[in-house]
Every structure is written in structure tokens, then in C-alpha cells.
Design a protein around this ligand. Structure first.
Ligand SMILES: NC(=O)c1ccc[n+]([C@@H]2O[C@H](COP(=O)([O-])OP(=O)(O)OC[C@H]3O[C@@H](n4cnc5c(N)ncnc54)[C@H](OP(=O)(O)O)[C@@H]3O)[C@@H](O)[C@H]2O)c1
Length: 248
């Protein structure tokens, strides 16, 4: 059978990416745009340049600003078809216990604000009877990691929130899935990437024997955004080079 590659085309769709100023979000916004989607990325940084997608400045923790941004995109583009929530922070505490304030900050950006965005955009999509929401979690949503309980709790919560929303929005033909990166070389992971011991530990623990690059996430993001995944919802698509499947 000849594969129908047009299933993966995003022509005619509008995609919004939260956390598109750099790293995974920038790569994925670029990839969705190159697959044909009219793509709008946003983040707190100003002056982000891209020849592929348009960029707006907005903080996911500022609820009213997010609502104004989404309303504006919805009206200008006649709907939002794909929403990717990539925005996230990590506040590792070293060997100290993480403070309750840092725990709460991690939950606010990584979970509560993600819910706010998904609820807004999910409402728009439900009214139009179609859409795909993709939340970027982490292998920390599946397994315990040290000295960062706020991050692990938030990503685990984001994973389960996505399943709950997939159930609520499924009858309206809105799909909700998680994209689950392993160790990807970005600003967020620069400290462990640049440390020879931690870099080697992570490389050796990965079945494919290397760190991920941001472009390794693009194909999976296109799949979950496109007509190739119309019967996929409530799932976790793990892109971790085999990290989480490894025993010994
Ligand atoms: N790198 C990895 O190995 C890895 C592994 C698993 C999961 N992840 C997840 O993947 C996502 C992207 O990570 P990354 O490695 O690309 O990190 P990064 O380079 O630090 O990028 C983080 C992105 O999130 C945005 N962001 C943070 N707080 C925000 C806020 N309040 N409002 C709007 N945007 C905000 C940042 O933009 P501004 O600073 O401009 O706001 C930036 O675009 C995160 O959710 C992270 O948890 C990463």
C-alpha cells in the first residue's frame, strides 16, 4: 500500500505554541509551520525572530493577557486547530529540600497555567467540534527524579489532567495528548549537559546512546497535530531515546 503522506500535512490549520521563544517550543513551532500550519508562538521574551511563525509576547501565568491573546487569535484566524503547551520551568534544589514557595511556583507555571490555557482553547475547539491539544510533559511525569518534587508533581499532574480533559472533550471531537521528552539538549538542561559526569550518566542510560536534540520532537508533534492521529487521544507519546523503557 502506498502511504498517504498528506495525512501529515497541516495545510489550512492554525496552531498556537506556548513557550516558543527558544528550545523545544521554538523547534516545534518551526516544524508545524513548515508542515503547513499558520503558526503563532508566544512566551515572555521579547524580540523573538522567526521566518516561519509569528511571535507574540505573553506570560502563561497572566490569565487575562492569555485570554486576550487567545480571543484575538481565534477571531483573526477563524479558530485554533492545534494547541501545544510547551511552556515550562524547572527549579532544581540541589541537595537541599525544595522550598514550599518554589514547589508552588513550579505548580503554577507547569500545571495551573497549562490548565488555564487548555480550558480556554478547549472551549473554543469544543464549540467548533474539532481540535488537538498537546501538552509537553516529561519522563518526570512517569518516574521519580531527585531534588525537584515540584517539577515531578507538576508534570505528573499535567499528564493526568490531559487524560481527564481527553475524556471531557472527546465527545466534541477534541483530542488531548501528551508529548513526553527525555533528555533534550536545551537551555533548561545546559547544567547537566555541560557537566561531563552527569552528561555521561544520561547518555549511557539512554538506549539510543545520545541526548535528544530539539528537532527530535518535531515529527511526533506533527503526528499529534495532524490527520494522521485522528483516533489518538488520552495518550503519552514518549520521545526519550528509550530512557524510560530501560531496565538494566
Ligand atoms: N529539555 C529537556 O530535556 C526536557 C525534558 C522533558 C521535558 N521538557 C519540557 O519541555 C518544555 C520546553 O523545555 P526546554 O528544554 O525547551 O526549555 P527552555 O529552553 O528553558 O524553554 C522553556 C520555554 O518555556 C517558556 N516559558 C517559561 N515560562 C513561561 C511563562 N511563564 N510564560 C510563557 N512561556 C514561558 C520560555 O519562554 P520565555 O522564557 O520567553 O517565557 C521558553 O520558550 C518544558 O515544559 C520542559 O519542562 C524538557
Amino acid at each position: 500500500m502506498v502511504p498517504n503522506l498528506s495525512l501529515f500535512s497541516l495545510e489550512g490549520l492554525t496552531a498556537v505554541v506556548a513557550g516558543a521563544s527558544r528550545g523545544i517550543g521554538y523547534a516545534v513551532a518551526t516544524g508545524l509551520a513548515r508542515a503547513g500550519a499558520s503558526t503563532i508562538g508566544f512566551g515572555r521574551s521579547s524580540d523573538v525572530e522567526s521566518e516561519h511563525f509569528s511571535y507574540r509576547q505573553c506570560d502563561v501565568n497572566q490569565g487575562e493577557a492569555v485570554a486576550r491573546l487567545f480571543d484575538d487569535i481565534e477571531q483573526r484566524h477563524d479558530g485554533i486547530d492545534v494547541y501545544l503547551h510547551v511552556a515550562g520551568i524547572t527549579l532544581p534544589s540541589g541537595t537541599e529540600a525544595q522550598s514550599p514557595e518554589e514547589f508552588a511556583r513550579s505548580l503554577e507555571t507547569n500545571l495551573t497555567s497549562a490548565y488555564r490555557c487548555c480550558a480556554l482553547v478547549g472551549g473554543f475547539m469544543a464549540r467548533r467540534g474539532r481540535g488537538s491539544i498537546i501538552n509537553v510533559t516529561s519522563i518526570g511525569s512517569l518516574l521519580g527524579f531527585p531534588h525537584n518534587p515540584g517539577y515531578v508533581a507538576a508534570k505528573g499532574g499535567l499528564r493526568m489532567m490531559s487524560k481527564a480533559l481527553a475524556l471531557d472533550l472527546g465527545p466534541r471531537n477534541v483530542r488531548v495528548n501528551c508529548l513526553v521528552p527525555g533528555y533534550i539538549h536545551t537551555e533548561m538542561t545546559a547544567a547537566s549537559y555541560d557537566d561531563p559526569i552527569r552528561n555521561r550518566e544520561r547518555t549511557e542510560r539512554t538506549m539510543l546512546g545520545r541526548w535528544g536534540e530539539v528537532d527530535d520532537l518535531v515529527g511526533a508533534a506533527i503526528f499529534l497535530s495532524s490527520g494522521a492521529s485522528t483516533y489518538v487521544t488520552g495518550s503519552d507519546l514518549i520521545v526519550d531515546g528509550g530512557w524510560s523503557a530501560k531496565g538494566l
